[in-house]
Design a protein around this ligand. Structure first.
Ligand code: ARG
Length: 458
């Protein structure tokens, strides 16, 4: 390829550092699709003859069939997937293959191929998120009235419903999905025809290739089109955010599956045993979802750092854009699938959750609110009175509503027997009926909306 300029071929080290074929062969489908669109356009525009266009296109089909059957060969001398495809095409159809590269460059070629690959990864993320969201909505519907402790600082705070807790994650994943969708819209412009950096003098039809490859429009600036990788960063950042959400849910599952909590039994199919302790069932899939989030964030960081100092337009550093994206996408796809399964198939121990809510003085705020509402006590004072009641209950090792009326009235004479209606965990969650609150009615309303959004009742 460099025959005219260099007396000797590249040294072995150069060959190795230069070769991207070990990883960019993953782009072969996109590369061949883009080449077919390009050569069809060259034929339609009369830039190559109709016969040559047809010969090249059929040759590309043959290359694709070979790769489908045998995989892509790795020859470092051919550097990358683009040269690999073209070299094989030349072996199959002869010198006419050389006309394929008219009016394009590997720079617009790789930018196009990679955009198409990332677009598919975004579509897979959308699908995987959909599975997790449907599982969450399904389980939230079953548990709109199941009571568990809600935490702040991981200390029991107020009772909440399990459905409400699960729907919190639905909201997060809904936003993640929006992030992928927005990134997809933003990136769906076709770089092909930007050539090396400045465009081309050949009378190409960029609208035709853009349309053929599923892009909304051609990109508007050739320098930008061949040299930015913000679309890949958008993917990695959306993937990182999604992985952070998955990781928090995974962390809760690990916690909830531990014996002191005992809130959840993870599916056997997504757990492992211990080689030495026969009683153990470890939440490995959840732990790995949590762990993989770190790697996905690392991939995003890697590409950010690669890109931050590059002058326009293309620099070879940008060849390193692919491994982090491929790695992150593989991990994210797996995490989404694992989480969908864990949400769908875990067994919630709702009795245990309810017990934990009752034993944690989670309804203390309800006692204070009752004093404010029914006895016109200022909230700060009510807070103080309630503190004394909790202290007494704690010293006796009982729940708040197990204190006798006498005991409560000794703390504050304004308390009467109606207070017991407010002290149960059921009353507590039912009272939190503000829009978006944890009351079972609210959860059912949100679940109904979510089911509609997800097309679950169609
Ligand atoms: N393998 C290269 C990459 O992925 C293709 C572009 C090469 N362009 C160039 N001018 N050397 O970035």
């Amino acid at each position: 390829m460099w025959g005219g300029r260099f007396a000797e071929g590249p040294s072995a080290i150069m060959r190795e550092i230069n070769a991207s074929i070990p990883f960019d062969k993953a782009l072969w489908r996109q590369d061949i699709a883009a080449s077919k669109a390009h050569v069809a356009m060259l034929g339609a525009q009369g830039i190559v003859s109709a016969d040559d266009s047809k010969t090249i296109s059929e040759g590309l089909d043959k290359v694709a069939a070979e790769y489908e059957r045998d995989g892509v060969p790795e020859d470092w001398d051919l550097e990358d997937i683009h040269m690999t495809v073209e070299a094989r095409l030349a072996e199959l159809i002869g010198p006419v293959a050389g006309r394929l590269h008219t009016a394009r460059s590997r720079n617009d070629q790789v930018a196009t191929d990679f955009r198409m690959w990332v677009r598919d990864a975004m579509d897979r993320a959308d699908y995987g998120l959909g599975l997790v969201m449907v599982s969450l909505v399904e389980r939230a519907g079953e548990h709109s009235g199941s009571i568990m402790p809600g935490f702040t600082h991981l200390q029991t705070a107020q009772p909440v419903t399990l459905g409400h807790h699960l729907m919190a994650y639905f909201e997060m994943f809904h936003r993640d999905r929006d992030r992928f969708a927005a990134a997809r819209d933003r990136m769906n412009l076709c770089p092909l025809g930007s050539a090396a950096l400045a465009g081309t003098g050949f009378p190409i039809d960029r609208d035709a290739t853009a349309k053929e490859l599923g892009f909304a429009f051609p990109t508007r600036n050739s320098l930008d089109a061949v040299s930015d990788r913000d679309f890949a960063l958008d993917y990695l950042q959306a993937a990182s955010q999604c992985a952070i959400h998955l990781s928090r849910l995974a962390e809760e599952m690990v916690l909830w599956a531990s014996q002191p909590f005992g809130f959840i039994r993870l599916p056997d199919a997504l757990s492992t045993g211990s080689s030495i302790m026969p009683q153990k069932k470890n939440p490995d899939a959840a732990e790995l979802v949590r762990g993989h989030a770190g790697r996905i964030i690392g991939c995003a960081t890697a590409l950010q750092v690669t890109m931050k100092g590059l002058p326009l337009a293309y620099s070879k550093d940008m060849q390193d854009d692919k491994p982090p994206v491929f790695e992150a996408a593989g991990l994210l796809d797996l995490c989404l699938a694992a989480m969908a399964g864990m949400v769908a198939d875990s067994a919630f121990n709702t009795e245990r959750m309810r017990e934990a809510a009752e034993l944690g003085y989670a309804t203390a705020t309800d006692l204070a609110d009752w004093l404010v509402r029914e006895a016109d006590v200022p909230f700060r004072e009510a807070h103080h009175v309630t503190g004394a009641a909790v202290k007494l209950a704690e010293s006796k090792g009982v729940a708040l509503d197990a204190l006798s009326l006498d005991e409560l009235r000794k703390i504050d004479g304004r308390i009467d027997e109606r207070v017991y209606d407010a002290l149960s965990v059921e009353a507590s969650v039912a009272a939190r009926s503000s829009f978006g609150g944890t009351a079972p009615d609210q959860v059912r309303a949100r679940v109904a909306e979510a089911r509609k959004l997800m097309g679950m009742d169609d």
